[in-house]
Design a protein around this ligand. Structure first.
Ligand SMILES: [Zn+2]
Ligand SMILES: [Zn+2]
Length: 256
């Protein structure tokens, strides 16, 4: 990945913009709606579709998905494919850049603001192979390369449509950062209150009722680490997987 430092600076700017936006935001219903749009772009499309191929869509929809994930601002399709699969291969080892074993604050947030951490992921041999493979797809590469431009345009267009919408869009970025920080840190901590496991794995991945529900199913994290190809993570009756239901609907309607 090129421009790692630029990516970090850009993420810091979006974070400050998001924090400031909370002060001016008036409609929390608008924030909820905007956040749902953004979190589907990250969790369902970026994570489940691009990183894990848990469901399929048609070829045009796949191209559109590349831009949808990118404009959701957490990361690019290539970043999801390379960085996130690195986490699954190295889960809770010293090489896992966001394992709480390597520092809780680092796991919560700081790793994503440290260029050396991101560079280490992309220096891994398997990551390099993944990067070459993913880069062969034109729209995945184009959307990933133009992460800054696409997001700058999206933020700018939203600002001109409605300032209130802009505050909601900017603030929802921070919610996503908190969501992923919580999953990376809390859901890899064995003794955190509310955590439990359905599978005894070599890593420390956990499920958590509250986080599982709030994260729309991403938080059935031990189930996910047990079988990362599985779309519906529900194993117990309370482990309802909203993201999986969205993935199933998208797979049915996006056949073009
Ligand atoms: Zn994990
Ligand atoms: Zn995953």
């Amino acid at each position: 990945m090129t421009n790692v430092k630029l990516y970090v600076v850009f993420s810091v700017v979006l974070t400050f913009l998001g924090i400031v936006s909370f002060w001016y935001l008036q409609s929390y219903w608008l924030l909820l709606g905007v956040w749902l749009f953004r979190t589907i772009g990250n969790g369902v499309v970026g994570h489940r579709y691009f990183a894990h191929n848990q469901f399929t869509v048609g070829p045009i929809s796949r191209k559109l998905f590349a831009y949808y994930t990118t404009m959701s601002s957490y990361s690019t399709p290539i970043y999801w494919i390379v960085q996130h699969l690195h986490h699954h291969r190295n889960s809770d080892l010293s090489t896992d850049v966001h394992s709480p074993r390597n520092g809780i604050m680092n796991s919560l947030l700081l790793w994503s603001f440290r260029p050396s951490m991101i560079t280490s992921v992309f220096s891994d041999r398997s990551s390099k192979i993944m990067l070459i493979k993913a880069s062969k797809e034109v729209d995945v590469l184009r959307a990933s390369r133009h992460f800054y431009l696409i997001n700058t345009i999206v933020y700018g267009v939203i600002f001109f449509i409605s300032v209130e919408l802009f505050f909601a869009w900017a603030a929802s970025y921070v919610i996503e950062l908190v969501k992923y920080g919580t999953i990376n840190a809390i859901l890899h901590l064995p003794k955190f209150p509310g955590n439990y496991r359905n599978h005894s794995l070599s890593d420390n991945s956990q499920n958590n009722l509250l986080i599982g529900f709030i994260s729309l199913g991403f938080g059935w994290h031990n189930n996910h680490h047990a079988d990362s190809k599985k779309l519906d993570l529900q194993e117990k009756w309370w482990e309802y997987d909203i993201e999986a239901q969205i993935g199933k609907i998208l797979s049915k309607i996006l056949r073009f």
